[in-house]
Write a protein that binds this ligand. Structure first.
Ligand SMILES: [Zn+2]
Length: 259
């Protein structure tokens, strides 16, 4: 076993951070940003690479537009202010996250729209059929989930947004989509799976063990991990860490790790 020491600040960083009305963005999302494809939209490197791989796989680099990726706090504030001025308070609260509470400030969220002459920046058209349906079919296996689904508005605090996708990585996106969970619900779900009783996922050629590790208040947290498997650690931006031990991997993830 190898021992890993996790500092308090690590809670606020990683692919699984929960950002919503109750949990603000704490880490700077600026590190590790890259343009997606040849566009001027920025995402965290791994999210950007996988999104572009997926768009290429379904031959949609021209038919699906990257409407909005990473936004600085200042940009989010401007979008919020413009939306309040143009569309009013109720609309803005429903479809725009408050500055400091937007997933776009993490570099892990992307708004997608059908490519056309005029695309609505706040609510782009991204239906459930055609090429957008094809994107949805593969999204989870590339680590993306539709973050604000219909029927979960009371949980997420945001209206139904068919265009907003969040990168959480695999196996998490696959688990979220198979279990029908939002990221808020997934965090509660993982509280049931601590170190000594982890969650085992097997399916789609993928095998992983996932558990939640509570962060010790005001001090470092020590985690023991097996030597023989690659492990990924993410903060949850709430109370601790989500640890993923890989036992098997998707082809596309293997390719990217090699690249
Ligand atoms: Zn969005």
């Amino acid at each position: 076993m190898k021992k890993i020491i996790l500092g308090q600040e690590s809670i606020y960083d990683g692919n699984l951070i929960l950002v919503n009305g109750d949990h603000q963005v704490c880490a700077s999302g600026r590190e590790d940003l890259m343009p997606v494809g040849n566009r001027d939209v920025l995402l965290k490197r791994q999210a950007g690479l996988l999104l572009w791989e997926l768009l290429k796989k379904i031959d949609a680099t021209k038919s699906i537009a990257l409407v909005s990726g990473f936004r600085s706090h200042k940009e989010q504030q401007e979008i919020w202010d413009d939306s309040v001025a143009e569309s009013g308070w109720d609309f803005t609260k429903k479809f725009v996250a408050a500055p400091g509470h937007s997933e776009h400030e993490t570099g892990l969220a992307i708004d997608l729209g059908l490519e056309k002459e005029e695309i609505d920046f706040i609510c782009p058209e991204f239906p459930y059929d055609g090429i957008c349906g094809k994107f949805r079919k593969y999204a989870a296996s590339y680590g993306f989930v539709e973050r604000y689904p219909a029927g979960k508005e009371a949980v997420t605090g945001i209206g139904h947004e068919p265009w907003h996708f969040r990168y959480v990585g695999v196996p998490h996106a696959v688990i979220l989509s198979e279990e029908g969970l939002t990221l808020e619900e997934y965090m509660d779900f993982l509280h049931e799976y601590p170190y000594d009783k982890p969650y085992h996922y097997r399916g789609n050629g993928l095998e992983a063990v996932v558990f939640w590790q509570e962060a010790l208040k005001g001090e470092h947290t020590l985690v023991s991990l097996p030597e023989e498997y690659p492990c990924w650690i993410s903060g949850n931006n709430v109370d601790g860490f989500i640890i993923t031990e890989w036992r098997g991997m998707y082809g596309c993830q293997k390719e990217l790790r090699r690249a």
